[in-house]
Design a protein around this ligand. Structure first.
Ligand code: FMN
Length: 142
């Protein structure tokens, strides 16, 4: 499917306390339903105290969703790590993949992502292979 102006947005946020499984399940269920309709795909990475989320899809839809996510009181301190135009989805089959990681894995991913982005070295395929390393560990596919 040819899409105009596909973008990928990656942000980091903090949770207020511990998220219960029920709260996480609710976010995922809503996300998957909405994202399918909005042609948004991506990954939610949860590390106990923080989220990293990757959203990819049509520019207007991703921006609209991110502005809703910013207002969401279940988390705070949203900070965009990267946003770029792309012509290929990394998560094309996942309305919202989910990884619940250990704190250490989360910190590692966060450091790598932040470091790479700072150096402007990340290409989509590099990011994809990096993430697949984590996705292989524990992931819910839809
Ligand atoms: C960490 C986090 C990630 C979220 N990701 C998504 C998402 O990918 N898609 C989505 O529709 N809502 C997501 N939400 C929920 C939105 O903030 C918001 O509640 C939802 O889009 C509102 O949907 P509604 O208009 O159907 O009520 C997320 C919330 C949090 C806290």
């Amino acid at each position: 499917m040819q899409e105009v102006q596909l973008i990928r947005l990656i942000y980091l946020s903090r949770v207020w306390g511990n998220m219960t499984n029920t709260q996480l399940d609710q976010i995922l269920a809503d996300s998957r339903e909405n994202n399918r309709q909005r042609k948004i795909t991506g990954l939610l990475f949860y590390g106990g105290t923080s989220f990293i989320q990757i959203l990819e899809g049509p520019e207007s839809e991703v921006i609209k969703l991110y502005s809703q996510i910013l207002e969401d009181e279940r988390h705070h301190g949203c900070r965009i790590l990267d946003i770029h135009i792309t012509d290929k989805r990394v998560f094309e089959n996942w309305a919202m993949a989910y990884v619940h990681s250990s704190k250490d894995d989360f910190e590692e991913l966060s450091a790598v992502l932040t470091g790479r982005i700072k150096k402007h070295q990340q290409a989509s395929h590099e990011l994809a292979s990096l993430l697949r390393k984590y996705l292989g560990k524990k992931i819910e596919l839809i």
